[in-house]
Ligand binder design. Structure first.
Ligand SMILES: C[S@@+](CC[C@H](N)C(=O)[O-])C[C@H]1O[C@@H](n2cnc3c(N)ncnc32)[C@H](O)[C@@H]1O
Length: 342
């Protein structure tokens, strides 16, 4: 396993104040907001109660709120909650009711005893559940087991729409690339569709680890070459198909997983420049995208339309499909944009 994997930072030294269920959660939440560090001494449940009180204190706007409000809350919550610690002894959370987090044993070969923010312990534990159970992808017909820190798609419609596009694709199937592969689903779809060689890159090393482990799980590993790299990575000859499900919105990147959601200035410009250098004659660039940027960030120039207006690429086809609401009604649509060089 690569030493460079992202993991929650272990807290090796602290002067945190011990807390247990005798401290009212609202009091503990207020201390966290004042900047005090706390460490649980009795149960994991005490920590969850304090986090709930913290959400109330910071006025969680809820999942249906606007992006800006949700983001402001998340930043305040992350900053305060990281001061609420759980003890880790022998790479296990040393509280009797703590959920299992097998990634502790995998991600901390260098430390056995330390402390971790309760919120991080929670995330590690639910990531372990996803990893063990896997996520069924109907477009692949099997379960994918995401490693900690790799992006897991929240919905399937965009992958189905890419499958629809791929089924109609008539071009060459020598070499394709999945830029920003995450858990590898688009690369696996292309391998399943008969591409002889599929490259898959991601800037997040945990994504590359995730796909490497998935390939080892499959009875016959498809010909997918992995590269931890920025965008298209190292030159490997001309590409018939450059596919990417890039971040769909513009924004600041704090945590590793933000890289999956938010692009920053220059991301798409560098992408197009690299694509122009690498595309085989008659090749295609295919984006799996969404209208969420038009709905929630109308002032941000559209990263695909802006490039089309520049005249270096032409739009061959655009497919769109409504998505089923996850919670409330939505005007969101997923999209496939197929571009060819002019
Ligand atoms: C929306 S996710 C898509 C993941 C996967 N392809 C899928 O469809 O489920 C975007 C992915 O792009 C990766 N990414 C972001 N910036 C990148 C960059 N500069 N170079 C390579 N990958 C990047 C993220 O780490 C993330 O895995």
């Amino acid at each position: 396993m690569s030493a460079a994997l992202h993991r929650p930072e272990p807290v090796l030294r602290h002067r945190a104040q011990p807390v247990d269920q005798n401290v009212p959660p609202a009091q503990a939440a207020a201390w966290l907001c004042e900047g005090r560090s706390l460490i649980l001494t009795d149960r994991f449940r005490t920590g969850l109660d304090i986090l709930t009180a913290l959400r109330v204190k910071l006025e969680d706007p809820g999942e249906d709120a606007e992006y800006v409000a949700k983001r402001a809350f998340r930043e305040a919550f992350q900053s305060a909650s990281k001061r609420l610690l759980a003890p880790v002894v022998g790479r296990k959370v040393a509280l009797p009711d703590a959920p299992r987090a097998g990634f502790l044993a995998e991600l901390y070969p260098d430390h056995a005893d330390f402390a971790l923010p309760v919120e991080d312990a929670k995330v590690l534990s639910s990531a372990w559940d996803w990893y063990e159970q896997g996520v069924h992808f109907p477009v692949l017909g099997y379960r994918v087991h995401p490693f900690y820190g790799a992006y897991i798609p929240a919905r399937m419609e965009h992958l189905e729409l890419f499958g629809t596009w791929l089924a109609k694709y008539k071009g060459a199937r020598n070499r394709a690339i999945d830029v920003g592969t995450g858990t590898g689903v688009l690369a696996l779809q292309m391998a399943k569709a008969g591409f002889q060689q599929v490259l898959a890159t991601d800037i997040n090393p945990n994504a590359i680890e995730s796909v490497a482990r998935q390939l080892r799980r499959l009875p016959t590993a498809p010909a997918i070459e992995l590269q931890r790299a920025d965008l298209l990575g190292a030159q490997r000859g001309p590409l018939d198909l450059i596919v990417s499900n890039p971040p769909w919105m513009k924004g600041e990147v704090g945590r590793t997983l933000d890289l999956a959601m938010y692009f920053q200035d220059g991301f798409f410009e560098r992408f197009y420049d690299q694509a122009l250098e690498r595309l085989a004659p008659g090749g295609r660039v295919v984006f799996v995208f969404s209208n969420i940027i038009e709905l929630s960030q109308p002032d941000v120039p559209h990263p695909i339309q802006t490039e089309l207006d520049r005249g270096r690429f032409t739009l061959v086809e655009k497919l769109t499909r409504r998505v089923k609401p996850l919670r409330r009604r939505t005007r969101e649509k997923v999209e496939i944009w197929e571009l060819a060089v002019v």
